[in-house]
Design a protein around this ligand. Structure first.
Ligand SMILES: NC(=O)c1ccc[n+]([C@@H]2O[C@H](COP(=O)([O-])OP(=O)(O)OC[C@H]3O[C@@H](n4cnc5c(N)ncnc54)[C@H](OP(=O)(O)O)[C@@H]3O)[C@@H](O)[C@H]2O)c1
Length: 317
């Protein structure tokens, strides 16, 4: 069912694109045909690979194609969520409030002749977070979040936590570290608009030894997130092997495939530091099911989500 990545030919069946970095290696290539069958879509998924921070023309080409080809009906965007929107904003006829706020799109779809962009990650990262963080956790522990990487996912997670109603569900402090300043500025601009009581700190750094130090300074129970793409999109980890995770803390690797160096570093300390470790699988299933529902205009009920989740899990196994 899947075609070669990056071939933008007129589609002959309803076609959804997957804009990423190494799309053919994603489990979704096997899961999507099964979901298409369950949902009766008769559709196919085609990958569109680009290096992180690709030229604007690369992003404009795929958006133009979806806009003008009748059977090319939408896309899920990963890694390039910010850069794609920056390059192709004028081609989209509608942006949802999260896309406007975060300056990113993870979903491109069509409705009544309009090309629409949605940022689903503030919702889907939140669903993934709720699957492993207990209600009231932050109020009980006074722990903090250290988010390594301040790109699209980091912005989305920060928007989700800032929007949590119960103070006990919000971490007291959220430290974002990024190797370049513009992403930190963009994250700050989003949070300034939200006026949250979470104390945000923005650190410019790409030295893993310094990240070890930020991690060492966290209170027990804190969460460390790898939102850099390192260990999948790029080799390595944002911390060194000598870095110590917070005692009784949490390690969240946003990816579920690749070398996953950060995840393995956490696993080696799971017992000694009593860590709760989460990979990106749950985030992946929520992310894809929400965007598929948007692109194909489906009502994603909890029952339907469970069915899709079971189908995805059977393929992962
Ligand atoms: N499981 C899932 O479904 C799921 C969902 C969302 C995301 N993800 C994964 O999560 C990763 C991040 O996604 P994203 O959309 O946030 O990507 P992104 O927008 O490219 O963000 C990555 C950020 O990390 C920064 N960075 C890279 N190396 C760094 C380092 N050593 N130290 C500090 N900062 C560093 C980058 O800085 P520069 O701006 O300087 O490049 C960039 O701002 C990707 O690998 C993606 O596949 C998985």
């Amino acid at each position: 069912m899947s075609a070669q990545p990056n071939r933008l030919e007129p589609a002959t069946v309803p076609t959804m694109y997957f804009v990423g970095v190494t799309t053919t290696r994603s489990s979704i290539m096997k899961i999507f045909p099964k979901w298409s069958e369950i949902l009766g879509l008769g559709a196919r998924l085609v990958g569109y690979d680009a290096e992180p921070h690709a030229p604007a023309e690369t992003y404009r080409a795929i958006v133009q194609h979806i806009k003008h080809d009748p059977l090319s009906i939408g896309a899920l965007v990963t890694t390039h969520k910010i850069d794609l929107l920056t390059a192709a904003r004028d081609l989209l006829d509608y942006l949802d409030p999260y896309a406007e706020l975060c300056g990113e799109v993870s979903s491109i779809s069509k409705r009544d002749g309009r090309l629409e962009g949605h940022a689903k990650d503030p919702i889907t990262s939140g669903l993934a977070w709720e699957a492993f963080v207990e209600p009231g956790y932050w109020g009980r522990t006074n722990a903090e979040v250290l988010c390594l990487g301040a790109g699209g996912s980091a912005v989305a997670i920060s928007v989700y936590v800032a929007g949590l109603q119960d103070q006990a569900d919000r971490p007291r402090r959220f430290i974002a570290v990024n190797r370049s300043q513009p992403r930190l500025d963009a994250l700050k601009a989003v949070q300034d608009k939200l006026k949250t009581d979470i104390e945000f700190e923005y650190i410019l750094n790409e030295d893993p030894r310094k990240n070890d130090q930020y991690m060492a300074a966290l209170p027990p129970g804190s969460m460390v997130i790898n939102a850099t793409g390192m260990g999948k999109d790029r080799p390595g980890s944002p911390i060194t092997d000598a870095g110590l995770f917070p005692q009784n803390g949490m390690a969240w690797e946003l990816n579920y495939r690749g070398e996953l160096d950060f995840l393995h570093q956490a696993e080696r300390q799971a017992r000694t530091r009593n860590l709760k470790i989460e990979d990106g699988w749950t985030y992946f299933v929520h992310g894809w099911s929400q965007v598929v529902a948007q692109v194909f205009h489906l009502d994603l009920t909890p029952e339907l989500f469970k069915e899709l989740d079971r189908a995805a899990a059977s393929i992962r196994a």
